[in-house]
Structure formats: structure tokens, C-alpha cells
Write a protein that binds this ligand. Structure first.
Ligand code: M6R
Length: 605
């Protein structure tokens, strides 16, 4: 978590630093700060809360210079106060840091013993003092001191480093946390994410783990972990400079929800037409006996839907795991097995660590990411892209349905490769997928319905989401959406599990949102809904017109989804869940794109 930017351009850096931070604010918004070297002295400005506060501070107390570093924070060690905000400084060195220094307590003790004074509660503050220690020992240049010092850090870091008295260069280093280098005309940049560099340049490279870089105006020297001078491939980034534009929407989340029909149409047409998810892009499904899917949050729920699909349409045994649980339990993995990692950002620390573990156990690594240049993509044997475009809202929406679309293609490939799907079956599934974007469009039009229901959810303290089969992961996703942006407690429950405990929660103040597409499990879900009704629970039914019309129970409200093939139901039934959460959060006046305590990309454990 946290975002860092560094700029050297020989003239004025503050606008580029602030522009970069704006595009990184999705990574954390607890506090922000920057430091700039002017006339060989480092000057810093820091504020609590969102970046807007730093902007105000700079308007009152401006600084300018030819080289600088900046930071937007998601607090890990130490509360989100000005003192704990980055940059952190010693007398000679100033640093911004993304990651966690695991051995900071031991380092801090040693440094305090040597007389270095600390002011913050952060792990990051050890870095400038440690570099100072190496500089104070005499023989080392500032760059060499920094290169030696970072080797003593355990844990994860992306660092930007300025030195008192030096305005001709700054340094950067990475281990675990991502860091991109941007190449401008007579300017060099670093940032946690290439998107933050898009307004400045489209030429980027990525530091490898353990790399250390010295950036001067128009040049960068990169040293690998053995201190050998190395080249990292410079690529043309495809990220658009206006990727972070809300257009006419009030929030990124709403814009991203409404982008879904077009994105899905693009994915379906490109892939079903040109067979883009070609064999060489993925594992040989005919060869594997099982597949393990690993992810976090919403990406995990997309994987959960895919488990049902792979089992049903490809007769493939699939195990799913939450990355943070999988990574530490030394799970035995089959010889010649395959693991699929799903991540919008491609940077989630838990998912990446699980990937490294699976790789060390000889698994074929397939990843499904939305960011082609991400750490997870670069570490994988095979990569399938979700092609959803940049997702800025912290609550994931379009990435989820784009993941489902890519997974659906993989499932069809797997079903064919394993001899489960006939040509006629394939035509049936692809035919359903082709109809899906237009049906999605219809669902998004019912704004009044969502707004009305949101009004009735506005004051509620707790809500339950229920579903069966592939609608069970949707119930989990619906609950996650509601809690993360509206702060209403919510739980997703397999409808059949209700009677094993959760039904005790039902009362007149606990709405139950039932995800109930027609199909072979519908009757069972409907009887679970009646059990809720019998206990006085208000019901919000999401189903097709026929099911809603013949429902023999009372509902608080219902949302109509067009009739559809089972296979595409998850794409369509998740849309009302996204919109209900959005409008409930709006009615409660919550910060929808930047919910409290969260960040978009979770690059720490
Ligand atoms: O970038 P990733 O897909 O790996 O992120 C995983 C989760 O952190 C993410 O889906 C999170 O749960 C979202 N806030 C959900 O809306």
C-alpha cells in the first residue's frame, strides 16, 4: 500500500509530483507529503488526510525545486498523523517508502543506541537513519551508502531517496513492492504504478526485485542485487493519460459499473471471434488433473464462480483458496499441477506470495490480471488479461465481470480440451455470452429501482445476502460491496446454510437480499426465502420477471433481471448488487471511491 513518486527534471517538479500522487491516491489516502531539494537543501511539506489537504498546504507554503519525492499513505505502523506522514528524514537523507520493514524494531534500537533520533512511530523512519549511518562511517558516497543500507532491510520496500546537498540525482530501490521508472525528455521519474507516469511519459521500465537505481536528469543507472550495472527493458506503456477521468459520472465506481456492457462486448467479440485466449496463452487443460485458484476479495469471488463452471463444463477438479490463508500453510501440491492467480491490480502481496510458493512447488503458473506490466503478470508462466481498463474506484466492479468473461473463455477452452464440451455445447455457451452485454445494459437502466431500495437499506444495521450454486459467490460479493462502501454490516450465506445457524439473525430489521436466478436450484432458493419470510425478515428478491410474478411470498422489493442462460447469470445478477451498494452508500453520504481504512491495491500483508 502507499504510493510513491519521484521526479528530476532540472526545473520545477512540484506539479509532476502532485499529478503523480493524484493518480496514486487509490493506494492510500491517510496522509500525504513531499520533499524537494532547493538550493541544495531538502524542504518537506506533510499533511493528514486526503491529498487535497497537501494541495492547500502548498498553496499557503509553496516549495519548488529540480528534484523531489512524494508519498500518499495507507497507515500500517503508526497512526495517520502528520508526524507519521512521509517523507521521513535524518539530517542527511529523506525517504518515501511503500512496503513494510519487518526488522525495523531491531534496526531502530541499534540506531538509537548510535545516537540517531526518531520522531515517528513508523517502520519507514529507520531507512533515512540507516543510510546516514553508512554515510557517517566515512568512505561511502551517498548512493553507495544507500545501496549498502537497503541490503539490511527485511520485508518489502519501494523507496525514493533524496540527499541533503544533492540536486543532480536521487535514488530509488525496490524489493517486494513495485516500482516503475519513467523516461522523459531531459527528465526521469519513478512511481509505484506506471499509471502515475502516464501524463509525463509512455516510456517505462520496471525495477526487478533487489534493484537499486540512481536517477539524474535524462539518465538512469540500475544496479542489480549483486551491484552489477544492468539494463531493464524500456517498453511503451499502453496506459492512457486520461485513464483516471470520471467523465460525467459523480464517482469512478458508477462510471466503472456503467462501462461494463461495453467492456464485456469487447471481450466477448474479440475472444470469440479471434480466439484470443489461444492455447499457448494458457495451461494445457487436457493434461492437468486439478486446478487450484488463488486470489483475494472480489477476485476470489470471481474464482469461486469459475470453480462451479470448471467443474460443470470441463469436469475439472478445482480447489479455491484465499491467498492470505494459502500462503502459510505449506499445502501439498500435485506434481505437474497448475495454479491460477486472479488479481485486478496484479500487485496484491498475499496473492503474489502464494504464487511464489506454488512456483517453488513446481506448479505451472497461470495468472489473470488487469495490469499487463504488473508483478504477478511478470512472474507467471502464462498470462490472460482481463482488459477492463484502469479501475480506480476502490470497490471492484468492472474488473469482476471482466474476470468472469476471461474465466468463461478459459472454461470453454478447458471443456473442449478435456472432451467434455461438444461443438453444439460450445455454440450454446458462446451464444449465451454474445447475448450477455445487451442484457447487462438493460439491468443498468433501472436506476429508480436501485435508488428506492437503497433508501430502505439506508438505516439498516445489518443485511444478509443469500444464493446457491454460482449465485453463492455472488451473495458473498454483494455483501462485500455493501460493507466496504456503505459501512453496513453484511454477510453472504449459501442459501442452504441459513438453517444451520444464520437464520437466528433474521428479524424485521435485517433485510435479506436473495440472488435467485431461475434454473435447477431456483426452487430450493425460493423455499429458503420462505423460511426467511416465516421469521419476519424483509426480502429483496433479484430474479427474472416470471419468478417474481409467481413468488408466493411477500417482498420488500424486487429487481428484475432479463431471462438468460444459466452460464451468464453471474454476469447479470452481480450488477443489481453493485448498484444497490452504490446507492446505499450515496444515501448514507459515504466516501464511495475512497472508503475509510481501505486502499485499492493491497501491497502489504
Ligand atoms: O487487485 P486484486 O484483485 O488482487 O485485489 C483483491 C482485493 O483486494 C480486492 O478485490 C478488494 O477486495 C476490493 N476492494 C473489493 O471491492
Amino acid at each position: 500500500m502507499c504510493g510513491i513518486v519521484g521526479v528530476i527534471n532540472g526545473s520545477k517538479v512540484v506539479d509532476d509530483l502532485m499529478g503523480g500522487l493524484e493518480l496514486l491516491e487509490y493506494r492510500g489516502y491517510d496522509s500525504a507529503g513531499l520533499a524537494i531539494v532547493k538550493d541544495k537543501h531538502v524542504y518537506a511539506r506533510k499533511t493528514e488526510g486526503a491529498l487535497a489537504n497537501l494541495k492547500k498546504e502548498l498553496a499557503i507554503n509553496p516549495i519548488e525545486g529540480r528534484v523531489g519525492i512524494a508519498h500518499t499513505r495507507w497507515a500500517t505502523h503508526g497512526e495517520p498523523t502528520v508526524v507519521n506522514a512521509h517523507p521521513h528524514s535524518s539530517q542527511k537523507v529523506t525517504v518515501v517508502h511503500n512496503g513494510i520493514i519487518e526488522n525495523y524494531e531491531m534496526l531502530r534500537e541499534d540506531l538509537e543506541y548510535e545516537g540517531y533520533e526518531f520522531v515517528s512511530d513508523t517502520d519507514s523512519e529507520v531507512v533515512p537513519h540507516l543510510i546516514s549511518l553508512f554515510m557517517d562511517s566515512g568512505a561511502l558516497s551517498p548512493e553507495a551508502a544507500a545501496m549498502s543500507a537497503v541490503k539490511m532491510l527485511d520485508g518489502a520496500y519501494a523507496l525514493g531517496i533524496l540527499f541533503e546537498g544533492e540536486e543532480e540525482f536521487f535514488c530509488a530501490a525496490r524489493k517486494g513492492s513495485p516500482l516503475a521508472i519513467g523516461y522523459g525528455d531531459e527528465a526521469m521519474y519513478v512511481a509505484s504504478d506506471a499509471m502515475a507516469l502516464a501524463p509525463m511519459t509512455d516510456r517505462v521500465s520496471y525495477l526487478a526485485d533487489g534493484d537499486f537505481a540512481v536517477l539524474s536528469q535524462g539518465n538512469v543507472e540500475i544496479y542489480d542485487v549483486d551491484e552489477h550495472l544492468v539494463q531493464r527493458e524500456v517498453r511503451k506503456s499502453s496506459i492512457k493519460a486520461n485513464a483516471a477521468d470520471k467523465g460525467h459520472y459523480a464517482h469512478f465506481m458508477l462510471k466503472e459499473i456503467h462501462e461494463q456492457p461495453d467492456i464485456l462486448l469487447d471481450i466477448v467479440e474479440t475472444n470469440l471471434g479471434a480466439q484470443k485466449i489461444a492455447k499457448e496463452k494458457t495451461v494445457d487443460f487436457a493434461e492437468i488433473s486439478s486446478l487450484r485458484i488463488i486470489a483475494c476479495g472480489t477476485s476470489f469471488y470471481a474464482g469461486h464462480v469459475a470453480k462451479y463452471w470448471f467443474e460443470r463444463y470441463a469436469n475439472l477438479n478445482v480447489e479455491i483458496d484465499i491467498a492470505s490463508e494459502f500462503r502459510y500453510r505449506n499445502a501439498p501440491l500435485p506434481e505437474n499441477g497448475a495454479a491460477l492467480f486472479i488479481s485486478q491490480s496484479g500487485e496484491t502481496a498475499d496473492t503474489f506470495a502464494a504464487l511464489e510458493y506454488a512456483k517453488s512447488k513446481g506448479q505451472k503458473i497461470l495468472s489473470l490480471v488487469n495490469v499487463p506490466e504488473s508483478t504477478i503478470a511478470r512472474a507467471s508462466d502464462y498470462v490472460v488479461l482481463t482488459e477492463a481498463g484502469s479501475e480506480i474506484g476502490v470497490a471492484s466492479t468492472k474488473a469482476f465481470t471482466a474476470q468472469l468473461a476471461a474465466l468463461a473463455m478459459l472454461v470453454i477452452e478447458a471443456g473442449k480440451a478435456r472432451g467434455v464440451l461438444s461443438a453444439a455445447d460450445e455454440r450454446e455457451l458462446t451464444g449465451a455470452l454474445k447475448l450477455m452485454p445487451a442484457k447487462a445494459q438493460e439491468i443498468l437502466k433501472q436506476t429508480d429501482v436501485y435508488q428506492d431500495i437503497a433508501q430502505s437499506l439506508k438505516e439498516t444495521h445489518s443485511a444478509l445476502f443469500i444464493g446457491r450454486g454460482a449465485s453463492y459467490p455472488l451473495a458473498l460479493e454483494g455483501a462485500l460491496k455493501l460493507k466496504e462502501i456503505s459501512y453496513i454490516h453484511a454477510e453472504g450465506i449459501g442459501a442452504g446454510e441459513l438453517k444451520h445457524g444464520p437464520i437466528a439473525l433474521i428479524d424485521k430489521d435485517t433485510p435479506v437480499i436473495a440472488v435467485a436466478p431461475p434454473g435447477e436450484l431456483a426452487e430450493k432458493t425460493l423455499s429458503n426465502i420462505k423460511e426467511v419470510q416465516a421469521r419476519g425478515g424483509p426480502i429483496i428478491l433479484i430474479s427474472d420477471a416470471k419468478t417474481i410474478a409467481k413468488a408466493d411470498f411477500e417482498t420488500l422489493a424486487s429487481v428484475e433481471v432479463p431471462e438468460c442462460h444459466d452460464f451468464i447469470a453471474p454476469f447479470l445478477y452481480v450488477l443489481p448488487l453493485q448498484l444497490l451498494s452504490y446507492y446505499a452508500a450515496l444515501a448514507r453520504d459515504c466516501n464511495i471511491d475512497k472508503p475509510r481504512n481501505l486502499a485499492k491495491s493491497v501491497t502489504v500483508e
